[in-house]
Design a protein around this ligand. Structure first.
Ligand code: MRU
Length: 354
């Protein structure tokens, strides 16, 4: 599995995913503003990976702060946290990771500033390593839903590239393969940014997993023919009533699954669960630039100049379409997600306004 992000000396090194699949290019971000730019411009994307980048961005910002006492240090860290939090609104991991770093700093306010700076790097690296372990656990719980010979549909990229490694939606597939099950994956191309075509198809091929790329409008055709056994997708935010925000088009897949009696699973690390939000209707949905719809990566124009465009990057799948939400703590019926009982982080202070 190709690494997505790492702390390298005094830099955050991230794979520029906008260049995939044609080029494998790593960027060294030397300051937190470059990390923020990487999040905004999708060099790094996918909810868990965004969280890891934000944690490392906070650690990077901390290194440049000149302060003799904790109060001054913390006061100077906050603008960096706010800048990072302002880059994308939907994936809750961004806010979760920043809040975790702030809470960590506050809990170690007695340390010498030089030591605290080192400890913040260590904490950011823990966000990365814990994420990989979490994904592995999701894989163990999720593999029980996959039978030998199954074909699994996935949407967008909730794979290794979207996380610290192993992926969330791809984790049950990887464990199923380790268990000796023979599986096939259908990857939706995922218009308009093509995470399915550029990223999921690429990473599964790299790992020798049998993948077939389809355009988004083909999913119903294959379901009707009985060629899809189950769907597994990731999530950017899962809220208290079990509603789930994920890449635009996920809702359509879920509705199609219901029509065809196909189980629809969501792989959700608890870092993407926002129990502070009551319903999916409240999730802020990112609206991205019209060029993503009217052009193919700035190269080919595919729509008349001046046409009106809508480009919501995510949609919300209501809980009633979801068979099970697979977390690192087990698989839950969506209505039981509220019972998870993990320590809820107060995201109020860092929640981005849209
Ligand atoms: O806009 P993106 O590429 O960040 O959207 C990513 C997704 O929608 C993923 O499915 C989601 O973040 C889960 S990643 C494990």
């Amino acid at each position: 599995m190709i690494p997505t992000i790492a702390w390298k000396g005094g830099a955050v090194c991230m794979l520029d995913q906008t260049k995939l699949p044609t080029e494998v290019v790593y960027v060294d971000c030397l300051d937190y503003k470059t990390v923020a730019k990487g999040i905004k411009e999708l060099w790094i994307r996918g909810a868990p990976a965004i969280g890891i980048a934000a944690a490392m961005g906070v650690a990077l910002a901390a290194q440049d702060i000149k302060a003799k006492d904790f109060e001054t240090f913390y006061k100077r860290l906050i603008p960096a946290c706010e800048h990072l939090a302002a880059q994308r609104p939907t994936a809750v991991n961004l806010f979760w990771a920043i809040e975790r770093m702030k809470t960590f700093a506050l809990a170690h306010k007695g340390e010498k500033i030089a030591r605290l700076k080192e400890m913040l790097i260590e904490e950011a690296e823990r966000v990365l390593t814990e994420d990989i372990a979490v994904n592995r656990a999701i894989g163990e719980y999720g593999a029980q839903f996959i039978r030998d010979g199954d074909t699994i549909l996935t949407h967008c990229n909730a794979g290794s590239l979207a996380t610290g490694g192993y992926g969330t939606a791809t984790a049950p597939m990887r464990v199923a393969i380790e268990q000796g099950k023979r599986i096939k994956v259908f990857a939706d191309e995922t218009r308009p940014v093509l995470q399915g075509a550029r990223l999921t198809a690429w990473e599964l091929m790299q790992d020798g997993i049998d993948v077939t790329l389809i355009t988004d409008n083909m999913a119903g055709y294959f379901m009707k023919k009985g060629e899809i056994d189950l769907a597994i997708v990731g999530t950017d935010r899962t809220v208290r009533n079990g509603d789930v925000a994920n890449k635009i088009g996920t809702y359509s897949v879920a509705v199609l699954c219901k029509e065809h009696g196909i189980p629809f699973y969501v792989a959700a690390p608890t870092s993407t669960i926002d129990l502070g939000m009551a319903s999916g209707d409240l999730i802020p949905i990112e609206e991205r630039g019209s060029h993503e719809v009217t052009e193919v990566f700035g190269k080919v124009c595919i729509a008349p100049g001046g046409v009106k465009v809508a480009n919501p990057a995510f949609d919300v799948t209501p809980a009633r379409y979801i068979t099970s939400i697979i977390t690192e703590k087990g698989a839950f019926h969506p209505r039981d997600i509220r019972k998870l009982g993990y320590k809820k982080v107060d995201l109020g202070a860092v929640r981005m306004k849209v």
